[in-house]
Design a protein around this ligand. Sequence first.
Ligand code: NAD
Length: 303
Amino acid sequence: MSKELRFDGKVVVVTGAGNGLGRSHALEFARRGAKVVVNDLGGSHTGEGASQTAAQKVVDEIKAAGGEAVANYDSVENGENIVETAIDTFGRIDVLINNAGILRDVSFAKMTEQDWDLVYRVHVKGAFKCTHAAWPHMRDQKFGRIIMTASAAGIYGNFGQANYAMAKLGLAGFANTLAIEGRKNNVIVNTIAPVAGSRMTETVMPQNLLDALKPEYVTALVVELCHESHEDTGGLYEVGGGYYGKLRWERTKGKLFRLGRPVKAEDVHEAWGEISKFDESATHPPHIAGSLQPIMDNVEAGP
Ligand code: NAD
């Protein structure tokens, strides 16, 4: 067993920490010595209402166990207030876990503009507001760890979750760029796609599965990704029920047509096998330069 991953002296903000995954993260960071800002708006899982009870209960739990925590009841849409709570109470912010979330599941034909906007506002705009407020502190102190909470629904799609899938994969794209911009200042940004038993999944999963998929399994990865010893950035991890794995893009070798003559739809039709076939010649472009390489090579080769 390696040395315990401690967070003494670190200030950790967890959004949506009144329930489920966020609660588990908050309790564990506090147990490992961090001072924790427990944010939660305290509404329903579809984003209605508000209450201070959820966040306060978790703060009470942390304090009862001898830890340090403060509650914040703002919506993540007012992320600057959440970060301000960290600075005013504890003087700094080292780790930000963007976790708050809601669902407005409905098939696309029945989805209203409000369903779309609300999910965007909580997941994407909320993560933007919290991260944007935390970023200058992390940059200036040359230390920061940020987590985005995505979902398999975003990576693969899922019936009835067009809005949620859009928001969740949006967060992964957001994180990819932050990872590039933050690296030189030791601001490390990673994305998780978790599965856990929570009030969010209790309507779609049987009880035995809900019991098995303990949020604590997900928290173990979040703690590792946020520790000062962890330097891998820009990763996307699937996690839950004891499984931990990393994802990457895979691209077919594809078909290159020499430049200097038009490429017709019929040419594409004919080359479809080559364009779409995944075999051992497939590649895994690790960055945008790698993605553009064959195109630039083709341009350089000329007609
Ligand atoms: P949960 O409903 O138990 O917890 C989410 C918390 O976020 C709630 O306490 C809620 O009050 C809070 N919240 C909602 N809107 C907020 C806002 N505007 N501002 C502040 N707090 C707000 O759900 P969970 O399963 O623990 O989900 C946590 C995160 O994990 C979410 O982003 C969710 O989309 C994601 N996720 C969960 C699963 C899963 O299997 N449980 C799967 C994929 C992704």
